[in-house]
Design a binder for this molecule. Structure first.
Ligand SMILES: Cc1ncc(COP(=O)(O)O)c(C=O)c1O
Length: 502
């Protein structure tokens, strides 16, 4: 299959470069020469994932025209980028963005520490909260009461327990998307669902379009499945999905799958509106792309005004038959990750294929946990538990935001209205160095590049709403200590750069 490279038009690149000008300057002081400022601007766009790695840049003359600078300035900037490893050129063929060898590129997922290994470490690695008790205990007790008839069976339910499939289908129907149990498969978490979908639809070497940034573990799952990731940059702040970019990628790269988290996106917290959802579905349909809509965060609205019915419509509302959209849900964020219960909603034939393929993966999902989730759904315990969860996440979010603003006033973020994560720009400091040094000062934090493709987002970290009160304050104090160490160059990291913005 031919490699696909995205191309940056001169006008598009000029727009992105101009939008940087409002940014506070990096820790450098004097105004750099024009070619240097241009090279830094392009480098930052690459590191932040706003210009993908391996994107073809416009010819020097075109960019010079679009930016109203001399061609010499652009030539000098390109030359500087080549020297620094951010650009590769072939005579007569053009120039492509790159990241230098040796740049810290953690192309891996998150690595949660087991709770017993944490000691006094504050763990901001994992965006998952403890169970909203007493609902976990009640659900398990309820499940035990329902267990005896199942105990007389062989216990293998590759599509999920019929009762839970019906219940999940009814919940979609109640949200306005008529759904039959044949359209539902219960999985081992959302991860199990997405793994199964990727294996069914995307063979090795196939393209998958992903938001950039996106959820680290899913990116890693897709890499390991042999997919070629095509990053589609999220718009600045919480604006989310840039429909021109999505249409361009879906049309030109024709990926087999596109993966989106439209509800309180992980890590940015952005929420797609109805119009963006409709347009994404239409663009995917015309490109023949399967659109995976990951609804893991969909019930985690934290601000007023999202009460039932006020959320945008589910992505699958724009394709109720499920021929383009495959929806993935999970109990992990709304209830408890330890349940490992997720599900897929798709057309019945897709579900049949997923179920058949499952025989070679995990055969099925544990019966007791399925009964527990079914108990929660059928008693209304789910709604009460999720309400508790929202309250806890809201409190944590507000405490973390206040503490980070106080301790790290140079760090920038927008406060999302839901979800579990804050996507934080670290004032020009390397997120990878912060993560390294953080481990030494007692705070575990994932660096931005884990959420990017090919080394983007070096200037970010992700902070989850998992700690509140005094712990949130202490976490911010430790992050500030790590930032001071990185800034002073005392991080013990040898020659590697501590600032990524010149
Ligand atoms: C967007 C998103 N999808 C999927 C998952 C994984 O979900 P599960 O625990 O159900 O496998 C997470 C967990 O952080 C997530 O944030």
């Amino acid at each position: 299959m031919a490699a696909w490279t995205s191309a940056m038009g001169a006008a598009q690149l000029a727009r992105l470069l101009n939008s940087q000008q409002d940014r506070p300057a990096g820790p450098g002081t004097r105004r750099p020469p024009a070619y240097r400022a241009l090279a830094d601007g392009i480098r930052l766009l690459v590191l932040e994932g706003r210009v993908p790695v391996a994107a073809r840049l416009p010819a020097e003359r075109e960019l010079a025209l679009a930016l109203s600078v001399s061609r010499t300035t652009v030539a000098a900037a390109y030359e500087a980028l080549r020297t620094e490893g951010f650009l590769e050129s072939r005579r007569g063929a053009g120039s492509w963005t790159a990241v230098p060898a040796g740049n810290p590129l953690p192309a891996r997922g998150l690595e949660p520490l087991p709770p017993e290994a944490l000691g006094s470490m504050i763990d901001l690695g994992c965006a998952a909260l403890p169970a909203p008790e007493p609902w976990l205990t009640r659900a398990v007790q309820g499940a035990l009461e329902e267990l005896p008839p199942y105990a007389h069976t062989h216990g293998d339910y590759p599509a999920g327990l019929p009762a839970l499939r019906s219940m999940i289908a009814d919940r979609y129907t109640a949200r306005g998307i008529p759904t039959m149990p044949e359209q539902i498969m219960v999985t081992t978490g959302a991860m199990g669902a997405i793994d199964a979908i990727c294996h069914l639809f995307a063979g090795r070497g196939e393209r998958i379009a992903v938001e950039s940034p996106s959820y680290a573990n899913i990116l890693q799952l897709m890499r390991e499945a042999g997919a070629r990731l095509v990053p589609v940059a999220m718009a600045e702040g919480l604006a989310g999905w840039d429909m021109d970019r999505w249409r361009q990628v879906l049309r030109d790269a024709a990926p087999r799958i596109a993966y989106i988290v439209a509800d309180f996106h992980n890590p940015t917290g952005a929420l797609a509106d109805d119009d963006q959802r409709r347009q994404l579905v239409e663009a995917a349909r015309s490109a023949g792309t399967v659109l995976i809509a990951d609804e893991t965060m969909s019930e985690l609205w934290l601000d007023e005004g999202f009460e039932q019915g006020a959320m945008p419509r589910p992505v699958c509302a724009f394709d109720p038959a499920g021929s383009t959209v495959i929806t993935v849900g999970s109990a992990s964020k709304a209830f408890w990750a330890g349940m490992r219960i997720g599900w897929v909603r798709a057309a019945p034939d897709v579900i049949r294929s997923l179920v058949a393929a499952r025989a070679y993966a995990d055969l099925g999902t544990p019966v007791l946990e399925q009964l527990a989730v079914n108990w929660l759904f059928s008693t209304g315990g789910w709604e009460q538990a999720v309400e508790l969860r929202r309250g806890q996440a809201r409190e944590n979010r507000d405490a973390l935001v206040a503490a980070v603003r106080r301790e790290l006033p140079d760090w920038g973020f927008e406060v999302p209205r839901g979800g579990l994560t804050l996507w934080v720009r670290t004032g020009g400091l390397s997120g990878s160095r912060l993560a390294e040094v953080g481990e030494r000062v007692g705070v575990r934090v994932p660096s931005g590049p884990r959420f990017g493709v090919d080394g983007a987002f070096e200037g970010y970290v992700r902070l989850p709403f998992t700690v509140g009160g005094a712990v949130a304050e202490e976490a911010a104090v430790r992050l500030a200590a790590a930032a001071r160490l990185v800034e002073s160059g005392a991080s013990g990291s040898g020659e590697a750069p501590r600032m990524f913005v010149a």
